[in-house]
Design a protein around this ligand. Structure first.
Ligand code: NAD
Length: 503
């Protein structure tokens, strides 16, 4: 991944292959087109060219996939955990071996810069290794003796599950959800986002070669309202792990209600980065810039609201603006690129509409605020200043490289502003006062809080949001809690009292 020319030439042969085969579903161990024969196109946001045609699934395909997952469940559940562990490590080996291919496909399909995607495959492999190593303990439980019973608990996998993923960092997110489900002993039907289906196809090829048995992991491509909806209503599917927009989460909850689906939602955010005047200015600046402009700002944990203390606000905002203007916007396969094109023309239009909203609401566009070039979905890293927290630009998730800066005077005001949002995914706090850090972080309404740090991934910790940012947690043992059922078994150790009726 040394330079743009090398990357483009490596991509060319992959594009030829995928153009020929199309992006197929994968059901019961076989690559298959949609039953109806329907296709849709996936485009690259670099230049809107065709990446490939993709199987457009409907209820018939979903039914075949769910039935395959249901048939495969008992054998996968009952396979010794050491064997599941071995297979999942083999998946990780396969991901590592194809890391370059995965990075190039992901960049071309999503517009994410290679500087971040080069590590996406390795992170995906890590997800598989982490949960593979925990497979052996997934069923462990407790012993809770009572006077007349030996009570034990154990966990059993819930059954076939649906995994529905979004278009931002699709490869990493898919592995983050699929690996724990398989390690727990569940079978999977995965539906990737229609805007970024390519790497899910590569991933299932790897899984197949690694020895994942037919039916254990199935792939369904298609539209949310068609394939996605059919999956969430299918009676064989016992739980839905969903990452995406809050409105889609609400729809999925309603769709899954008649069949009582268990749901796990990782949704949006409008995450504050709160910078006090006693913070390490330069490190806070690096973090504020990185957490909004990396990954094109298409990141659920992005720090999209800067809450900055009055006394340092002029200097801090000026430095953020200077950095934003200097960020290298360019071709995602160029290793020098820091911000690539947004996923799709519609999404670029949505992000750019926030520029008009900012003007209409009376905020200042201190950097960016325009499209870059007229080919591809590029926008300039943008900073809004003179904003208030009740403005739309401070409340709505823009999901692009757009930061809204809001000033505060006291700690109480900062806390009120930080929590004044429907979301509660992450918060980033910058201060050198440890007592304040403890007090403030305790009162923040967010599932994840980083103090004097950017978002640093640590797989044993719980990942997820409060309020409208989600339901449930991933990571560590929390993932297994979702994909498994708790079971209590009580063995009589004496003669527990049994009231006699009808004697
Ligand atoms: P989206 O909700 O539009 O789509 C996500 C997935 O849901 C896609 O696969 C889509 O086809 C499917 N879908 C759509 N309608 C459906 C329906 N009625 N039934 C079943 N499935 C349906 O989200 P997006 O635009 O792809 O992703 C961006 C969103 O994801 C942002 O809000 C972002 O914050 C969120 N996100 C959250 C996290 C997190 O961990 N909290 C991580 C990444 C992204």
């Amino acid at each position: 991944m040394t330079d743009l020319a090398h990357n483009l030439s490596a991509l060319r042969s992959m594009l030829e292959d995928v153009a020929q085969s199309g992006i197929l579903n994968h059901i019961d161990g076989k690559p298959v087109p949609a039953v109806s024969g329907a296709w849709f196109d996936t485009l690259s946001p670099v230049d809107d060219s065709l990446v490939a045609r993709v199987a457009r699934s409907d209820v018939a395909d979903v039914d075949l996939a769910a039935q395959a997952a249901a048939r495969a469940f008992a054998d996968w559940r009952d396979m010794p955990a050491t064997e599941r562990k071995r297979i999942l490590h083999a998946v990780a080996d396969g991901i590592e071996a194809r890391a370059e291919e995965i990075a190039l496909c992901e960049c071309w399909d999503t517009g994410q810069p290679i500087r971040y995607m080069a590590k996406a495959a390795l992170r995906g492999a890590e997800n598989f290794r982490f949960f593979a190593d925990r497979a052996g303990a997934a069923r462990d439980g407790q012993t809770l003796p009572s006077p007349s019973l030996m009570n034990i608990t154990t966990r059993v996998p819930i059954g076939p599950v649906a995994i529905i993923t979004p278009w931002n960092t699709p490869f990493m997110l898919s592995t983050w959800k699929i690996a724990p489900a398989l390690a727990a002993g569940c079978t999977v039907v995965h539906k990737p986002a229609e805007l970024s289906p390519w790497t899910a196809r590569v991933l299932i090829d790897i899984a197949e070669k690694a020895g994942v048995p037919p039916g254990v992991w199935n792939l369904i491509n298609g539209m949310g309202a068609e394939a996605g909806k059919a999956l969430t209503t299918h009676p064989d599917i016992k739980a839905i792990a969903f990452v995406g927009d809050g409105a889609t989460g609400s729809a999925i909850m309603a769709q899954g209600a008649p069949t009582l689906k268990r749901v796990h939602f990782e949704l949006g955010g409008k995450n504050p980065i709160i910078v006090f005047d006693d913070a390490d200015f330069e490190r806070a600046l690096d973090a504020a810039v990185f957490m909004i402009y990396s990954l094109n700002g298409e990141r659920c944990t992005s720090s999209s609201r800067l809450l900055i203390q009055d006394s340092i606000a002029d200097a801090f905002e000026a430095r953020v603006a200077e950095r934003a203007r200097a960020i290298r916007v360019g071709h995602p396969l160029d290793p020098a690129t820091e911000v690539g094109p947004l996923i799709h023309a519609d999404h670029r239009a949505k992000v750019m509409a926030s520029f008009d909203t900012a003007r209409a609401e009376g905020a200042t566009i201190a950097a960016g605020g325009a499209r870059v070039g007229d080919v591809g979905q590029y926008v300039a890293p943008t900073l809004f200043t003179n904003a208030r927290n009740d403005m739309t630009i401070a409340q709505d998730e823009i999901f692009g490289p757009v930061l809204t800066s809001i000033r505060f005077d006291t700690e109480d005001t900062a806390l009120r502003l930080a929590n004044d949002t429907v979301y509660g995914l992450t918060a980033f706090l910058w201060t050198s006062d440890v007592t304040r850090a403890m007090r403030f972080s305790d009162r923040l309404e967010a599932g994840m809080v980083w103090v004097n740090s950017a978002n640093v991934r640590h797989l044993p910790t719980p990942f997820g949001g409060m309020k409208a940012s989600g339901i449930g947690r991933d990571g560590g043992d929390w993932s297994f809690d979702f994909y498994m059922e708790q079971k209590h078994i009580g063995f009589a150790t004496s003669d527990p009292k049994i009231p006699r009726l009808g004697v």
